[in-house]
Design a protein around this ligand. Sequence first.
Ligand code: PAF
Length: 282
Amino acid sequence: MKVVRTPNELRETLQSLRLDTTVGMVPTMGNLHEGHLALVRRARADCDAVVATIFVNPLQFGATEDLDSYPRSFEADCKVLDSLEVEILFSPTPETMYPHGQTEQTKTIVPKLGSSLCGERRTGHFDGVTTVVAKLFNLVQPDKAYFGEKDWQQLTIIRKMAADLNFQIEAIGVPTVRAEDNLALSSRNQYLSEEQRQLAPQLYQELCSVREAVRSGNTDYSYQEERAMHALRALGFRPDYVAIRDADSLNPPKANSNNRRVFGAAHLGQARLIDNIPIDLA
Ligand code: PAF
């Protein structure tokens, strides 16, 4: 019998007992678009077996949000996942995931990181995300799990949760997939009218102009954030925030931070759009 004393040693010992297979998990809420497919392709390339999940998780929707109208396309999703040679699709019902109802469900909460930016506007949203992702991690026990960088805050929070709770799972970020006009792909883009769809890439454009200002030496971040919000309002958006943050801590960057991103969230018609881009200070 081998006695192990540390989590790392435990993991290594268990791994040597497992079959030599790496399992990749791609958690989604379905209605798959090219952004999701990029996650599946990456998982397929990295791992021996791919498990995708489709679950529109009620726990991460606020009372006035779009749980009922969230686009669902299960049959089409199955076809595309099958064509990408996904081995297993796990698509449980809410009753299976939350047999005692949502209010009695034990929650996994990442403090601080989960309460800024989108967390400030969507109270409890990230608690719902981390709770379901923790359950999926336990159920699937993948080696790697794949998440889109469009939801950078989500990715950061999931990495923190995985580290804090000693999940031996690597959360891998996959770059945002954009339409030709640079709008970040999202299932919620379907809520946009034709006219709003034309306007929507302006969110990305405003983030780019903030990045340009920072790159060219402008250090008044509050001014840049305000200017971009003002420009978005003038175009007809209802911005929640434009914020320059340290990419890891999600705090306003310190002078020596060399990993910054600019984040934006704005309502346009029925849709709430989010996006973020890195500010590489060359
Ligand atoms: O990004 C999503 O689609 C969801 O938040 C996730 C990670 C599948 C959890 O429900």
